[in-house]
Design a protein around this ligand. Structure first.
Ligand SMILES: [Cu+2]
Length: 177
């Protein structure tokens, strides 16, 4: 086989692969074509204390295009909400917000931005080492709301929220998958 035929065959191979990929994303709909534009990482929650039936979750989202986080749900909780956290008269207060903006290309860490996800009515206590499935609803441009799945890692009760731990966690996450 001479070199010219080889390279034509290669080209054909690439074309076939490209067609297969585009067919696969067509079949899967918007979720597949958008998934590469939105990165969700480092989701975690603290193990619950006895009697505690709600938990907050922190995570990081980076969207290539301007997007808006508009909802969250989890099979581990009866309801889940987007919350903001503010300090008023020296008291920490949290309240539900309808949406959290995700500016194009900007890494948004919820807790650094004054937000978290709230899981209300936990069906079971969260134990260290477990993972909690989350479904995030994100509005992306004109394509409407797309659902994204991620897993929150449950860490020990004494876990603090510093950046070095987040890096460590993301590292672990990459090895797990
Ligand atoms: Cu909250």
């Amino acid at each position: 086989m001479d070199k010219k035929i080889m390279s034509n065959l290669n080209r054909f191979g690439w074309l076939a692969a490209a067609l297969l990929v585009s067919f696969a994303s067509y079949a899967a709909g918007n979720a597949a074509s958008n998934a590469g534009d939105i990165e969700i990482s480092g989701a975690w929650s603290r193990a619950t204390a006895p009697g505690q039936d709600a938990a907050s979750v922190d995570l990081t989202i980076t969207s290539k295009r301007a997007a808006t986080l508009v909802g969250v749900s989890s099979p581990a909780a009866k309801t889940a909400e987007l919350h903001s956290m503010t300090t008023e008269d020296g008291m920490m207060r949290m309240r539900e917000v309808k949406s959290i903006e995700l500016p194009a290309g900007k890494r948004v860490n919820l807790s650094e931005s004054g937000y978290h996800l709230m899981l209300n009515g936990l069906k079971a206590p969260l134990k260290e080492g477990e993972t909690v499935p989350l479904t995030l609803s994100i509005r992306v441009g004109k394509q409407g709301v797309v659902k994204f799945e991620t897993m929150a890692e449950v860490r020990s009760l004494t876990e603090t929220n510093d950046a070095s731990h987040e890096d460590e966690h993301m590292h672990m996450h990459m090895h797990m998958h």
